[in-house]
Each structure stands twice: as C-alpha cells, then as structure tokens.
Design a protein around this ligand. Sequence first.
Ligand code: GAP
Length: 433
Amino acid sequence: MPVDFDTIVNLSKKRGFVFQSSEIYGGLRSAYDYGPLGVELLRNVKEQWWHSMVRMRDDVVGLDSAVIQAPQVWEASGHLASFTDPLVECTNCNNRYREDKLDNVDQCPSCGKWGMFTEAKHFNLMFKTHMGPIESSDNVVYLRPETAQGIFINFENVRRTARLKLPFGIAQIGKSFRNEITPGQFVFRTREFEQMEMEFFCRPEEAEEWFRYWIEERRNWYIDLGMKPENLQFREHEQDELSHYSAGTFDVDYKFPWGFDELEGIANRTDFDLKAHMEKSGKDLTYFDQEANERFVPYVIEPAAGATRTTFAFLIDAYTEEAVGDETRIVLKLDSRLSPIKVGVLPLSKKPNLIEVSSKLADDLRRAFPVEHDVTQSIGRRYRRQDEIGTPYCVTVDFDTLDDQAVTIRDRDTMAQDRVSIDKVKAYLAERL
Ligand code: GAP
C-alpha cells in the first residue's frame, strides 16, 4: 500500500532525516534542515547522480559555479522578464495563490468565498538582494533560480580548458532559490533547494537523437537505484506548457502521496541560451567543428533534476510496512548505495567484554562503510531502528562471539542471518554492499 504523506513526514522528523528550519523560533515556512540521516541520504543521491553523469562518462565534465552572478545573466536568459508565476489574491481573506495551481479559479481554498480573486499578476520568482554595503538600484543581484546559467556562461572556459569536442556535457549540483508563491508538500516545493543539472551540447541536427537518449538514461538511473517503475511516469509537455527556452520537454513524474508530480525536466533548450549570452555579452560562444570546417552555435539537451525532491521520492518509494507475526515491521528498503548507514554493529548486551569486541569491530568496519555502533535499548528495538532508517546489514556481537570469534549478520530485507567469523566480516559486507 502506498505510504501516506503524514507517515513519511513523521518518520523523517522522528528519525532525524528532515527538520523544519528555525524550529526553535516557530519554524520558517518552506525551508528545511537535513538531520544526521537526511544529510547522508541527500549526499548519497547527489553522489549517485554525479557518479553516473560525470565519473562514468568521458563526454561530461563537472562545474561548481557561483550562486550570485552578474545581473545581465538573468536579463539574457529571460528570467527577469519571463520567470514569473500568475499570482492571485483573495480580496476576502487576503490569502495569495498561484492561479495555475488552484483546483477552482473562482473559489478561494482558504475562506471558500466565490469570485473574490484579483486579476492575476505576473510575480517574478527570483530572490533579489544587493551586492556590497550600499542598497541601490546599481548593485541589485539575484540568487540563482537554476544552476544551468552558470554552465552556459562558462561554456567557452570549460570547452577550451578541458579541450572538449562536441558532443559534450557540463554537469553541476548546487543550491537554487525561488520565491515560490505556494511552497508546500514538505520538501517537495521549497524556496531554497538543490538541483542536479547537466547541459549536453551537440550539433543542432543531432539534438533530437540526444534528447531521446537522455530520456532513456535518466529513466535507467532511477530504476537502477531501485525506484519502482510503476511509480515513474514520463510525460511530454504540451506546446503551451513549454518554458520560454524549450523546443520540447519531458517531465519525469513520481507518484507522490498526492498524485504524479515532477521530479525532473528533460528539455531541448536549442541554442537559446548560448545565443542570448552571445548577444548580451558580445562574446563569441560559437563552436568550430574542424572536421566539418563549420562554425555554429550548439544545441543543448538538459536533464534537470531536483536533488532534495528526488531524495524525498526515494524515501517514499523505500517505505514499507510488513507483517511479522503479530507485529508490523517498518522497513526503508533503500538501495544500499543510498542508505545513510550501511552497517549497524550491535552488541547483545552492555557487558564490557562484549562492548570491547563490538567497538573494535565497528572501528575497523568504519574505514570501509558508514557504521552505527548502537549499544542502547533491547536488541529487538535496535533492529527495528536500523530497519526504519534503511540499514542493509546489522552485525550482532553475542556471548558466543567470545568463544567462537564469530558474529551474526542479519539482512534487512530477508531478515536471514549468517554466522560469520570476525576476520571475514569486512569481506562478507564488501561483497554485498
Ligand atoms: N534548468 C531548468 C530548470 O531549472 P525546472 O523544471 O524549473 O527546470 C528542475 O527545475 C528541477 O528542479 C525540477 O524538476 C524540480 O525537481 C527541482 N525544483 C524546481 N523548483 C523547485 C522547488 N521550488 N523546490 C524543490 N525543487 C524544485
């Protein structure tokens, strides 16, 4: 059965995946802090993306560009003029909404009154601030609303220094900021979030082929990391849905508790961005193809995913409740590459001679895997905690260990147990993780 929204939010808080930002001050709406387990899960999602998009390929390189860029970047990209959402306000209760997200454009979801909305205003989503000590219109800058523009403005720097030939990609992971009118659904739509974006530059006539290629690559990435295929949907944008830069977009949608919603957009951005920056900056961002003896502006295919949103989707997808005897067992069946903790080391009791062995084993395993050495509570409760946080293996040190120098290793999903000699534990786990 699919997990409901409140269950997953409660688990996230209870186990330390995600906390409300500024909680001790009553909380700041739409901003979240990732706790000890959440930060590991989020890092693992980003690491897996980087691994597949950059490390495993010889045609994609990485970049980490600044959050604050010259304001001309956003003039050229079209964000200053077009990165807007339609804002309406109820004249009865003064609540504000995104018009295109309302179930009924005539009825206010807060006060229930009909026909009280103002005309929609175009509300720009970029966060504005000032660079330096003086607040004036000359030093307005913006927090980036997407990581992509940092890549376009570095196109020539990266191409030249990495000696790249088309087709090639530049990937980046980082924070983006959008002053969303209606943030919500926990970490799904926030005003500060992380993106994982790659701009793949190619010859214009090859763009369609690369577009199809990247749709498949991205599908495989989610499924390879254990996301259930029936919870994923690829949806092509209608002509009137397309962003100002796009000649075609597929959304990768995930089945969230409220229905299918966007995880990632894969777009054919054509030569829109490079041309726009050429025009605005006066710099030559064309590409010279030596073999064809031809100069042109490359097209761009962009798989653009949300790291925080994808982390949330993996958490939901992994959540499982199973009947074990008369009890219900909660297990996060995360792929072990995503699990925050890979190995729980649990001494059966707090007796010093057991703790001595388990501490030594935990220290040794820690060199290879993220380990939690847990000595609190009953062994049953400790197993339940490790299941709930998605730890694939638990190693139990018991009284027999003192005689036979062996431990019990329990598999999270099957709950099967193997007795393994202490000197073979690392190899046993390395084979499986
Ligand atoms: N460069 C293209 C671009 O930014 P987008 O569809 O607006 O495209 C890409 O954003 C991804 O970033 C989305 O699919 C989503 O996963 C994530 N994202 C966008 N806005 C977000 C928000 N307010 N909160 C969390 N994630 C967001």
